[in-house]
Write a protein that binds this ligand. Structure first.
Ligand code: NAD
Length: 337
């Protein structure tokens, strides 16, 4: 059993902790919180051990929450830490993990140099094997990478241009925006997603623009991909159907709102969608150029890759497919519709 702890129990941390707690080859040591809020109270109610910064125990106990120890103690009990603290805080924790001699998986909000490799299991699992520090791609980059991977199985891809319509905030983030208007991000282009993808797909030119929109439900991407040779639409759709962690939607769903409602109604935990959801009707082919649109549920999409990153760093699954199949079977990926 791999002993995993989750440092930072917010949007990503609570989902990683839940996923880890269900994996047959992993044991959740516990999760950490810095504030005795509802997330901390629910972590304990859900049966997770809660760890807090040194000297904070009294503050939590006064709020009726009993911590199990300090964050340092949690790290000491673990084989590996999934760091899901806010962007930039993970890098500040890295020396703590190093001093404790522990491995760590960081999130896409950290700079790439926090880790030995940025991790996308479908392409670079073997390169990540045994690395002490891995960084999972951001939610948008993970979405792009999964779709580019599916497309690249149909023919040789030369370039991908895309517009990322990014959700302004997660549903719980009341102080983020915009609450009106569309905000052009990362000017001049490309947005940071292109830089990360250059590491994963060095032979494909990727250029992305990002615009922040007043929505919390999902991101939506529209991309144009250029192959060396003409490709067939049916082969592309087939490849998308077969690709891991990609869902193909029919025309009964036209919006991210209906998509999230579907996930909630289907009983997905927290209404989460781990898959990238591609609209089949959006797939348009003209010779060697293809366009398509898909949604990326930002709160959930990177959870399977976090689980795979733990196995890759620990070298407990030597092949990407072994880890991906196990993660996806336990999380019900692509089997809930
Ligand atoms: P979040 O704010 O929801 O959660 C972060 C948690 O860390 C909070 O519970 C906070 O209390 C806790 N925390 C803050 N400082 C801490 C400290 N010093 N020690 C321990 N815990 C601390 O953030 P999030 O949205 O879950 O993002 C976490 C990381 O995941 C970031 O790198 C982000 O870029 C990345 N990410 C976020 C999303 C998303 O859509 N939310 C998607 C993919 C990746």
């Amino acid at each position: 059993m791999i002993r995993v702890s989750v440092n930072g129990y917010g949007t990503i941390g609570k989902r990683v902790a839940w996923a880890v707690s269900r994996m047959p080859d992993m044991e959740l040591v516990g999760v950490s919180k810095t504030r005795p809020d509802w997330e901390a109270a629910l972590a304990v109610k859900n049966g997770f051990r809660l760890f807090v910064p040194d000297g904070y125990a009294e503050r939590f106990e006064e709020a009726g929450i009993k911590p199990s120890g300090s964050i340092e103690e949690m790290i000491a009990e673990s084989d590996i830490v999934v760091d899901a603290t806010p962007s930039g805080v993970g890098a500040r924790y890295k020396p703590v993990y190093e001093a404790a001699g522990k491995r760590a998986v960081f999130q896409g909000g950290e700079k790439p140099d926090v880790a030995e490799a940025s991790f996308f299991p479908l392409v670079n699992y073997s390169k990540a094997l045994g690395k002490r520090y891995l960084r999972v791609l951001s939610c948008n980059t993970t979405g792009l990478a999964r779709v580019i991977y599916a497309l690249s199985r149909v023919g040789e891809l030369r370039r991908v241009y895309g517009v990322i319509v990014r959700r302004g905030a997660d549903p719980k983030e009341v102080s983020r925006g915009p609450i009106e208007g569309l905000l052009l991000e990362s000017l001049p282009p490309p947005s940071h997603h292109s830089r990360d993808l250059a590491e994963i797909f060095p032979n494909i030119e990727v250029l992305t623009y990002a615009v922040v929109a007043p929505t919390t439900l999902s991101h939506l991407h529209i991309i144009f991909a250029e192959f060396r040779e003409p490709v067939s639409a049916s082969k592309l759709v087939e490849s998308l159907h077969e690709a891991p962690r990609v869902l193909v939607l029919d025309d009964s769903i036209r919006s991210t709102a209906e998509l999230r409602e579907l996930a909630r109604y289907a009983g997905r935990p927290l209404g989460d969608i781990y898959e990238v959801a591609v609209w089949e009707d959006s797939v348009a082919v003209k010779g060697a150029t293809v366009s398509l649109a898909y949604a990326v549920h930002q709160e959930a999409v990177v959870i399977p890759e976090n689980v795979d990153a733990v196995r890759a760093s620990m070298s407990t699954a030597s092949e990407a497919a072994d880890s991906i199949l196990l993660t996806d079977r336990i999380l019900g990926v692509k089997s809930w519709l």
